[in-house]
Design a protein around this ligand. Structure first.
Ligand SMILES: Cc1cc2nc3c(=O)[nH]c(=O)nc-3n(C[C@H](O)[C@H](O)[C@H](O)COP(=O)(O)O)c2cc1C
Length: 264
């Protein structure tokens, strides 16, 4: 009947009554980690509340804006009316000069696929010189691997997306031109307005994607987005749907997120 009792046990040395066991130690570590996490969360919340308290509703809208990435997207269409609301908000961004420099190209489902096909065609023709994605380089096999993954993303990662909005900074014509950085800055302000407005609609998930570098800056993209020869594509503003209960786990601390130099 030995099988009933299992294999013979190795004798265990009697435990020292004063020394903590491994289980006790790991419990102490777990409690300490939990406490530290709790303190960080309370501090971050306190920072948000104290800033909101001082500045009121505007700041709570700014705090509500956040990037929501494809892993959180769900299959639900965002309406064209909601997107129109984002574009209306964009219109109120500041700009220098006589006309706003931003131009948005709203890509619906078909146009999004066309843009991704253009991306693949571009890299098929150019990857040996430009690299791919954000300038990665490698062998033929490396490229094929990335290409398969990127093609799968058309229906995978990007499948639930309702709109990709091409972000273009238009270069002003004429001899008294403003610096390009001002046109890019004003365009970024317009994107921020869209993003803040998006945060006011429950379940709308957005983020600014730089897109793949070389194709974004290519002649093919310039033609696709009907851009002028000196305009710059700054990426795509992705608009999708997410769960209403998606948590915001961002942390911001003045020491690490604000480079500020006060001088008397
Ligand atoms: C100009 C610009 C380009 C960005 N490009 C990308 C990108 O290509 N991929 C990405 O995952 N996030 C991109 N982001 C989003 C940032 O990752 C995001 O803003 C950052 O993580 C802070 O998070 P928050 O927007 O929720 O505050 C970009 C943001 C900006 C302003």
């Amino acid at each position: 009947m030995r099988w009933f009792h299992g294999p013979p046990k190795t004798p265990v040395a009697p435990a020292d009554a004063c020394a903590p066991s491994a289980i006790q130690l790991s419990s102490v570590v777990a409690v300490a980690v939990a406490l530290i996490m709790l303190l960080i969360a309370i501090r971050s919340q306190a920072t948000r509340q104290s800033i909101s308290g001082r500045r009121g509703e505007v700041l709570s809208c700014i705090l509500a804006r956040r990037s929501v990435f494809p892993r959180h997207y769900v299959e639900r269409d965002i309406s064209a009316e909601i997107v129109q609301g984002l574009l209306d908000a964009a219109m109120w961004a500041p700009y220098h000069g006589s006309r706003p420099p931003w131009r948005f190209v709203v890509l619906g489902k078909e146009a999004m696929v066309a843009m991704q096909r253009l991306t693949l065609d571009f890299y098929d023709a150019n990857w040996r010189t430009t690299g791919w994605a954000d300038g990665k380089r490698g062998t033929d096999a490396d490229y094929r691997k990335w290409r398969t993954m990127t093609e799968d993303e058309i229906n995978g990662r990007w499948g639930p997306v309702s709109y990709m909005i091409g972000i273009v900074a238009q270069r002003q014509a004429g001899s008294k031109r403003l610096p390009m950085h001002e046109e890019i800055a004003a365009t970024a302000c317009a994107v921020q307005n869209m993003h803040i407005q998006a945060a006011s609609v429950p379940g709308v998930a957005c983020y600014w994607s730089s897109w793949h570098d070389a194709v974004r800056d290519s002649e093919a993209m310039r033609r696709f987005l009907s851009m002028g020869s000196e305009d710059a594509c700054l990426g795509f503003f992705i608009v999708a749907a997410c769960s209403l209960s998606l948590k915001d786990s961002r942390q911001r601390e003045p020491s690490s997120h604000n480079a500020v130099d006060w001088r008397a």
